[in-house]
Write a protein that binds this ligand. Structure first.
Ligand SMILES: CC(C)(COP(=O)(O)OP(=O)(O)OC[C@H]1O[C@@H](n2cnc3c(N)ncnc32)[C@H](O)[C@@H]1OP(=O)(O)O)[C@@H](O)C(=O)NCCC(=O)NCCS
Length: 231
């Protein structure tokens, strides 16, 4: 069983890393594969409650590969850990089949609570370099998490998420329309100033016209008063 898992990991690298030349090279020279091989043994000991040996193997793997996979983590088949350096996968994390994980990825927890506290990745998920997925939630099948994103919430299937905190930008490769925010830019500020100036000018004109009418009114009423007096 473990041998089959190792073969599937080697095959995954061969198929998905354009730089991989042949399975033998992958088996001997890819630390992502080495980390997974160590982990398969460590996980076996973990499942048989031999926690010290499990942890010892995992620490040795970390020493040689710079990839830390807790022996309790459940790793699927055909996983590609590319470059790998700095990857940390927590105790209760689950990584589905055919996932791709780049260097610097953390599948971690938030807080100090026990129990399930790490994420669960569906199948065929890609986690970009330096991305952090923190908390106990599900990331759907075929999702892509961008390089350096920090994902704190669950994702549906086929979603691409980017940023800090990560937000969905595509579903099945189709961009999600962006919300247009009312932003104050230099241009909008200049337009606003022009409109205020035009309004001020109109007000001055109206005031002049108004005072003109008032003057006319007072003159006419004065004349009427004079003619009344003469009569
Ligand atoms: C997430 C990713 C898959 C997006 O690829 P894509 O579907 O081709 O997306 P686009 O390039 O069309 O980008 C869509 C939007 O997301 C933004 N975006 C893409 N990657 C981003 C990232 N890592 N962080 C923040 N924003 C990102 C783009 O700027 C663009 O924004 P805009 O619409 O405002 O212009 C890709 O950018 C990525 O990060 N892949 C990981 C690769 C990796 O880690 N390689 C390591 C090799 S060693």
């Amino acid at each position: 069983m473990i041998l089959k898992d190792i073969w599937l990991d080697v095959k995954a690298v061969k198929e998905r890393d354009p730089a991989a030349r042949n399975p033998l090279e992958v088996l001997f020279l890819y630390q992502g594969v080495h980390a997974l091989i160590w982990h398969r043994f460590a996980h076996w000991f973990y499942c048989h409650k031999l926690f010290f040996i499990a942890r010892l193997i995992s620490q040795m793997a970390r020493f040689f590969t710079l990839i830390e996979i807790h022996p309790g983590a459940v790793m699927g088949h055909g996983i590609l850990i590319d470059h790998g350096c700095g990857v940390v996968i927590g105790e209760t994390a689950v990584v589905g089949d055919n996932c791709t994980i780049y260097q610097g990825v953390t599948l971690g927890g938030v807080g100090l609570n026990k129990g399930k506290r790490h994420p669960t990745l569906g199948t065929n998920v890609t986690v970009g370099a330096g991305a952090k997925i923190l908390g106990s939630f599900q990331v759907g099948d075929n999702c892509t998490i961008a390089a350096n994103a920090v994902l704190l919430n669950p994702l549906e299937n086929n979603v691409t998420a980017v940023g800090i905190p990560a937000r969905p930008i595509k579903i099945s490769g189709v961009p999600i329309p962006k919300e247009v925010k009312a932003e104050v830019t230099m241009e909008s500020y200049c337009r606003m100033e022009e409109r205020i100036r035009a309004m001020e000018q109109t007000m001055t004109e109206l005031q002049t016209e108004l005072s003109h009418y008032k003057n006319n009114d007072s003159n006419e009423s004065g004349k009427e008063a004079l003619s009344d007096a003469e009569e």
